[in-house]
Unconditional design. Structure first.
Length: 150
């Protein structure tokens, strides 16, 4: 059984050996939408799958799910900061927050802090302590690019 993605469809092909031509042409036996992570209902009966072919298809979908989950995990970590900032801005601009939503947000922030700490990123190491009324030293070497030189 060969499985290939073609456009927005996943195609299932079966190759059988032909003694006369000494070749194994692949014949399309079924297809489905490629976004699905499982075999469409009724398609297995329609394709008349054998047990080893069904195992191959299940292995394909298991690998596809694993890849999808890995990508989603990377995206979740990458997109957490913009999501938090958007939520902060929405709440600051008057967005209504229900009590159960606030509880869920605090719990999620606590869980995130715990996981960052377990991953060797405790807050005390990553962020310096806030200092009050500290002015930055001025740098006389910087010049105004738009100032008229005399």
């Amino acid at each position: 059984m060969q499985i290939r993605k073609r456009g927005k469809r996943t195609e299932f092909l079966r190759a059988t050996y032909n003694k006369e031509t000494q070749s194994s042409p692949a014949k399309l036996v079924g297809s489905q939408e490629s976004f699905l992570h499982h075999l469409e209902s009724g398609l297995a009966e329609k394709m008349k799958l054998e047990s080893h072919e069904l195992e191959q298809i299940e292995a394909y979908f298991a690998e596809k799910k694993e890849t999808h989950n890995a990508v989603m995990s990377k995206m979740a970590v990458r997109d957490v900061v913009p999501s938090i900032k958007e939520a902060t801005n929405a709440i600051a601009s008057g967005q209504e927050v229900k009590e159960d939503q606030a509880i869920a947000m605090y719990q999620a922030m606590d869980e995130l802090a715990k996981q960052l700490k377990r991953s060797s990123f405790p807050k005390s190491v990553v962020l310096p302590k806030k200092r009050k009324n500290v002015s930055l030293p001025s740098d006389d070497r910087q010049s105004d690019a738009f100032a008229k030189s005399g």
